[in-house]
Ligand binder design. Structure first.
Ligand code: ATP
Length: 242
């Protein structure tokens, strides 16, 4: 790549019946950054992630580096380097953390390093997310914070270039949310670019390099955490929705 954005979304539009869930969304995610997507309930954040990952039918374009992935199916976008998590975490409760993470290495989905075995890839991912101590525990025994990290590990083990996270701090307490933030910084330091939807404003403001604010499917503000914190349209969108 040429130093341009790693993920480029142009004029992305999703209609559900008469509802414009995402309305001409354009955004660019530079490599090595954590970019936040925030906004009131129903603003279209999850739909935007669904459209970028290929789960929702959309018009407009999505490019990963210089590869246009707009026409690819979800699993093909994973193979191209676009990983994601879901708001509702689904783990195999009776399987171990290690086995749950291995699921992310299904044939074709993985971009793993040549010469590195599957078990080495899983072990490296568990180390990065500090899950090694619970690697052999059944997923059903984990805390919500640990479950979230396992779902992220499963998306990360295939070595995505961009990781799309849908509300990673959902259902987490403040201690777990802080811990999650540290792990997301570690992931960024490991060279993975992140676009995340998140409601926890203290996490978003402390973690993200840039933030886009959605309201009624449109970007109403874009800037650094400091700029977003003092943006009048942002306060209005949030106050107007409560
Ligand atoms: P939240 O913060 O509550 O998760 P959100 O910003 O993620 O909200 P979306 O879930 O993307 O918002 O919803 C955007 C709009 O699209 C809403 O009006 C919602 O009702 C509508 N919508 C979302 N999914 C569907 C669907 N599958 N069918 C019909 N309408 C939908």
């Amino acid at each position: 790549d040429d130093g341009g954005p790693l993920l480029t979304v142009r004029d992305l539009t999703v209609r559900y019946g008469g509802v414009l869930a995402v309305d001409s969304l354009s955004l660019a995610v530079p490599p090595g950054r954590i970019v936040g997507l925030i906004g009131p309930n129903g603003a279209g954040k999850t739909t935007a992630i669904d459209a970028i990952s290929g789960f929702a039918r959309a018009t407009g374009s999505v490019a990963l580096g210089d590869q246009d992935v707009s026409t690819l199916r979800p699993h093909e976008r994973v193979r191209a380097g676009l990983g994601r998590t879901f708001q509702a975490i689904e783990l195999y409760e009776d399987l171990s953390v290690r086995e749950n993470v291995s699921v992310g290495l299904t044939a074709g989905a993985s971009r793993r390093q040549a010469g590195s075995s599957r078990s080495e890839e899983v072990a490296a991912t568990l180390t990065l997310l500090r899950l090694t101590a619970v690697a052999d525990r059944p997923a059903g025994e984990l805390s919500q914070g640990q479950r979230q990290l396992v779902s992220i590990a499963r998306a990360l083990v295939g070595r995505p270039r961009v990781l799309l996270l849908d509300e990673p701090a959902g259902g987490l307490d403040t201690v777990e949310s802080h811990w999650l933030g540290q792990r997301l910084r570690d992931i960024r330091a490991a060279g993975v670019t992140i676009l995340m939807v998140e409601h926890d404003m203290s996490l978003v403001l402390s973690l993200c390099d840039e933030i886009h604010v959605l309201n009624f499917g449109k970007v109403i503000a874009h800037g650094t955490p400091a700029e977003i914190r003092s943006h009048p349209a942002v306060a209005e969108a949030y106050l107007g929705s409560t």
